[in-house]
Design a protein around this ligand. Structure first.
Ligand code: AMP
Length: 180
């Protein structure tokens, strides 16, 4: 898998202007998912920076975080915890709200999903403003887990989401826009 070049990943991301609303340039990962060699390499690269550190739990963000989080959990022999939109989880939940440009949104995690002291890796496809990942780190911290890192495939560096995340939690990314 190491033979995959970063340009191949970029070539497999489709840019869709004005989706889901005017002015948004959507970075569509579905062409990458059609190519198992690239999908596999992306998962390996997202797990790589851990460098063999043990992880108890992958907290994967709905919904594209599930696509990468599930194979990473198998690869790392970690449990998989879905962080979902409000009202989707059937059991008791912890809800974390976060600010959007206008208004708020929230994610929920099952109350018993993360145990105190567990080492948690948070996974999503993309960081934009960082609000979703900030809420996810807060959910882990409330459960008294330890966030060992956050791994995403794509960073939209212009939006400075990285700066919103707590100091001391590493953010690992594979691709960054705008391209250097
Ligand atoms: P944010 O909370 O602003 O960091 O937004 C991150 C979430 O929104 C991720 O789950 C992404 O899947 C999604 N997202 C935000 N902006 C984009 C974009 N330009 N292209 C694709 N997904 C996006």
């Amino acid at each position: 898998m190491s033979s995959v070049k970063v340009e191949e990943f970029y070539a497999a991301i489709r840019d869709v202007p004005d989706f889901p609303s005017p002015g948004i340039l959507f970075r569509d990962i579905t062409p990458l998912l059609l190519q198992p060699r690239l999908f596999h390499a992306a998962v390996d690269r997202m797990a790589g920076p851990l460098g063999g550190q043990p992880v108890d739990t992958i907290l994967a963000i709905e919904s594209r975080g599930f696509i990468f989080g599930a194979p990473m959990a198998l690869h790392l022999e970690a449990g998989l915890v879905p962080a979902r939109k409000v009202g989707k989880l059937p059991w008791k939940t912890r809800r974390m709200e976060y600010a959007l440009e206008y208004g708020t949104d929230a994610i929920e995690v099952h109350l018993d999903a993360i145990k105190p002291g567990e080492r948690v890796l948070i996974v999503d496809d993309l960081i934009a403003t960082g609000g979703t990942l900030l809420a996810a780190t807060q959910a882990v911290e409330e459960a008294k887990g330890e966030v060992v890192g956050i791994s995403v495939l794509i960073e939209l560096a212009d939006l400075s989401g990285r700066k919103r995340l707590p100091d001391g939690i590493p953010l690992w990314t594979v691709l960054s826009y705008p391209r250097e």
